[in-house]
Structure formats: C-alpha cells, structure tokens
Design a protein around this ligand. Structure first.
Ligand code: HEM
Length: 105
C-alpha cells in the first residue's frame, strides 16, 4: 500500500488550496479532513458549511467518499465546494488510501 499512499499524497495537492489534513490541520476554505472515515458530513466544529453539505445525511467512508469525489456536485447538489472532481479510479483509490491514514484528533 505504500505506493498508493504516496500517489494519494501527490493527488492531495489538488485539494491543498482549500483543505488541510494531518497533525494540527485547520479549517481553510474547506473543512479539515482528519478522521474522515466514519465522520458525519458537515460536522467539523467551527466550519461554516452550506446547508446542502450540512444536511446531506452522508457519513464519509470509502464508498461515499469515492462516489462524492468523482463528481461532488452530483453527490451533494448545492455544495459550495468549487471542484470538478477526480475521474480516474486509480487516483481516487490512492487519494482514499492517503486520507484514511488520518484518524480523528
Ligand atoms: C467539502 C474533500 C478539493 C472546497 C469537502 C468535503 C470533503 C472534501 C470530503 C466534505 C467535508 C465534510 O462534510 O465535513 C476534498 C478533496 C479534494 C477537495 C479530497 C481534492 C481532491 C477542494 C477544493 C476546494 C474545496 C480544491 C476549493 C476550491 C471545499 C469546501 C467544502 C468542501 C468549500 C465545504 C462544502 C459545503 O459546505 O458546501 N471537501 N475537497 N475542496 N470542500 Fe473539498
């Protein structure tokens, strides 16, 4: 899995302008992404979500994340995340491997 995580880290460069993850991660344009696996959508304290994201009823896990990141506006209509998504299955898998390393603080 080491290779996947490394590729996922580099894919995360596409997210870095808006998201932080890892020790000391703060909310930026978007919420911090620690502990994403099992986290309820719209639940990061101190981050001001859109109603669409807040009320989506999703819990982030491998399946919901992969579906979301393919086409964020399709999964959460009305999201304020201005990102077209990632279409390549392998890149999505690597990104999940990278993000899933970071448990809740
Ligand atoms: C929300 C992941 C790129 C801005 C989210 C959420 C996830 C996520 C999982 C939902 C968080 C939650 O419910 O707590 C990612 C990943 C990205 C990426 C993995 C790169 C592949 C970006 C970029 C931007 C951005 C480039 C800014 C241009 C936002 C914003 C929200 C958000 C503003 C909150 C949406 C709302 O409240 O409607 N992102 N994101 N994201 N993201 Fe991203």
């Amino acid at each position: 899995f080491a290779q996947d995580v490394a590729a996922g880290k580099s894919s995360f460069n596409k997210c870095l302008a808006c998201h932080a993850v890892g020790e000391g991660a703060k909310n930026k344009v978007g919420p911090e992404l620690n502990g994403l696996n099992g986290r309820k959508s719209g639940s990061v304290a101190g981050y001001s979500y859109s109603d669409a994201n807040k009320n989506s009823g999703l819990t982030w896990d491998e399946a919901t994340f992969k579906d979301y990141i393919k086409d964020p506006k399709a999964k959460i209509p009305g999201t304020k995340m201005a990102f077209a998504g990632i279409k390549k299955e392998t890149e999505i898998n690597d990104l999940w491997a990278f993000l899933a390393q970071y448990t809740a603080d």
